[in-house]
Design a protein around this ligand. Structure first.
Ligand code: MN
Length: 499
């Protein structure tokens, strides 16, 4: 990813008190050290965990939360109550906290030592007791936190800690995310609209307008040499499907996209933006609708939304950051619900867009195609075409309900197409929503979810719902276990709760 990368770490706070004496506190410190070392060594965690001194006074608790808040590299705090840490000591610290918070509800020993257990052991190892005291005050204060319960050495617990770390990075990155709009939302379209001031208050997103012709000037300033070099890179990396076009003429169209990729990226970097929206109806002096150029920028980690859809652009950017450096990552992109397959047993939704699908989703080597585009009235744009990977993923939509935001998160299963679609000159994904086609689609429709989504193979509905909870917005998950009756009740509750 081209954007500056923070060396994030997470801080590990262990709660105790002086009541149990020196020896007990030494045990607490030793156990914490062993747990942190093991978690760091496991290779599961995407970011390092940093052990802080055992917290036994209100002053030191407050001081550590404040220090975490002042450190831009601290992406979150994981707390663990080894013994009983009276929770009034935590009030000032929790009030001062600005970082994503987890309560790792674990204990050092896995099994009760039946033959040797005595009251000294009980006093040393009482997470079940101390964790409840701490949890009470966190709940009473209404502080959003993730709770993970289980033995720290269990692979499932490590995976949950690791996956929450990615959510936490999404939360802290959201606070300074900047989206560039070089066009307004498409005329008359409702679902891509939204309150940008409220989005900045809730999520931290700065969404700014720039005249498209300033962007076009930056594109025009890219040299022919730089453009040609990138075209060569494209030709080395992708297949070319000429569709009967003259190879030289075809290459000229590709070069327009290469020049746009370079010009857009320079402009975004110069102005300090992480995501961009375009609109086919407002292209100014740009020669083509940006297709391949946008696809490549998404691959580099920029967010993108079409037709002025800044909410989706911001989400794509965040989900790219949340999935950064995942080994074997399968991809993250903006998508659009296009057309259904309603053949019995094969029900699903074909996802595509007029051009802009991120090539990280590609199953095989993408190919460049160049074809007339009905929208925009510009030159025929070059774009990357491919079919996408199979397997589970999440599709996320953020809508403005007028007085508040709602996030809709669908669990989907991506499947191979039955047959190739040689006449379709765009990248596609085909999926069936969970729990089944009808329930999944009906729930989405009832929730007022958009046709644009931010999609990832590499995130879970739990991660996205946790992100929304932290932001204080409603999250509706459509997945395993969803029923229309239950979903309607959930929406009614949300209607009452989120105002
Ligand atoms: Mn669209």
């Amino acid at each position: 990813m081209k954007q500056a990368k923070r060396e994030y770490s997470f801080w590990f706070f262990v709660g105790s008190q002086e009541l149990y004496g020196e020896e007990s506190l030494k045990n607490v410190a030793d156990h914490a050290k062993a747990i942190v070392a093991s978690l760091n060594k496991s290779g599961e965690l995407p970011y390092p965990l940093v052990l802080k001194p055992t917290l036994i006074t209100a002053q030191s608790i407050h001081q550590h939360f404040s220090e975490a808040g002042a450190d831009p590299d601290c992406a979150g705090i994981i707390t663990w109550m080894h013994t009983f840490s009276p929770a009034k000591m935590w009030i000032a610290g929790l009030k001062a906290n600005t970082k994503p918070l987890m309560h790792l509800h674990t204990q050092f020993n896995r099994e009760i030592p039946y033959d040797d257990i005595d009251m000294d052991f009980m006093n040393d190892n009482q997470s079940a007791h101390g964790g409840r005291e701490y949890a009470h005050i966190v709940t009473r204060m209404g502080v959003v936190r993730k709770v993970v319960a289980g033995h720290w050495d269990d692979p499932a617990v490590k995976r949950r800690v690791a996956s929450w770390m990615r959510t936490a990075v999404g939360i802290v990155e959201s606070r300074h995310l900047r989206v560039m709009r070089v066009a307004d939302n498409m005329r008359d379209v409702a679902v891509t609209e939204g309150d940008k001031v409220e989005a900045q208050l809730k999520f931290g997103w700065q969404v700014d307008y720039w005249p498209v012709n300033q962007l076009a000037e930056a594109v025009g300033a890219v040299s022919k040499a730089d453009t040609d070099r990138l075209v060569e890179e494209y030709y080395a990396r992708y297949d070319v499907i000429l569709d009967g076009r003259d190879p030289k003429e075809f290459k000229k169209h590709v070069a327009v996209q290469a020049q746009m990729e370079l010009g857009f990226e320079r402009f975004l970097q110069e102005k300090g933006y992480h995501a961009i929206v375009t609109h086919f109806d407002d292209l100014g002096a740009l020669k083509q609708m940006p297709g391949l150029a946008i696809q490549r920028l998404m691959e580099k980690g920029y967010g993108f939304g079409a037709e002025g859809d800044w909410k989706t652009a911001a989400l794509v950017r965040l989900m790219k950051l949340m999935t950064r450096d995942i080994k074997g990552a399968k991809g993250t992109s903006m998508l659009e619900d296009y057309t259904y397959n309603l053949a019995p047993g094969k029900e699903g939704i074909l996802q595509a867009h007029m051009l802009e699908i991120c090539p990280t989703l590609a199953q095989n080597k993408p190919a460049i195609r160049c074809e007339h585009l009905l929208m925009g009235g510009k030159e025929d744009p070059a774009r990357l075409v491919f079919t996408s990977k199979t397997g589970p993923g999440v599709a996320v939509s953020l809508v403005d309900m007028g007085t508040r935001f709602r996030m809709i998160i669908a669990e989907v299963d991506c499947k191979a197409n039955d047959k190739p679609m040689p006449k379709l000159p765009v990248a596609t994904v085909f999926w069936t929503p969970r729990p089944d086609f009808a329930t999944g689609v009906e729930s989405w429709i009832l929730a007022g979810g958009a046709h644009h989504t931010a999609f990832s193979y590499d995130l879970t509905s739990e991660q996205m719902a946790d992100w929304a909870e932290h932001m204080g917005v409603e999250a509706l998950v459509i997945g395993e276990g969803t029923t229309i009756k239950g979903f309607k009740q959930e929406m009614m509750l949300g209607q009452a709760f989120y105002r």
